[in-house]
Design a protein around this ligand. Structure first.
Ligand SMILES: [Zn+2]
Length: 123
């Protein structure tokens, strides 16, 4: 993801700012946070399979993780942050789409800059 962000023109991110859930990447100015979630630990709907042993333990464990994810999301949104979450498999399969999600979140937070660019283009 780091390389991806660098390769695209997405800048200004910080790792693990002091925020709820300690997002993998965050943009303080745009107030946007990105989480790259492990498919197993975060119960990816496409990849997650409960291990064959200790089934109840894992179901409870992953359920708690997902609950925490949504609490973290609520906490961040409550502070006015935009939250983007991608699963590791999405990142592997379609990095472009993940980048689009990130830039869309960032763009949404940059109304003034967009206006300025639009003006520059039209003149
Ligand atoms: Zn997955």
């Amino acid at each position: 993801m780091r390389c991806l962000l660098r390769a695209s023109r997405i800048k200004g991110w910080r790792r693990h700012l002091d925020l709820p859930g300690s997002p993998d990447f965050s943009w303080r100015r745009e107030r946007a946070a990105l989480f790259v979630d492990g498919c197993f630990w975060h119960g990816c709907p496409r990849c997650y399979q409960t291990p064959k042993s200790n089934v109840e333990y894992w179901i409870a464990k992953i359920h708690r993780n997902k609950e925490r994810d949504s609490e973290v999301g609520d906490a961040l949104r409550g502070k006015g942050w935009k939250v983007v979450r991608v699963f590791e498999c999405e990142l592997k399969e379609d990095p472009e789409e993940c980048l689009r999600k990130v830039s869309a979140a960032l763009e949404a937070r940059r109304p003034r800059r967009q206006e300025k660019e639009a003006q520059e283009c039209s003149s």
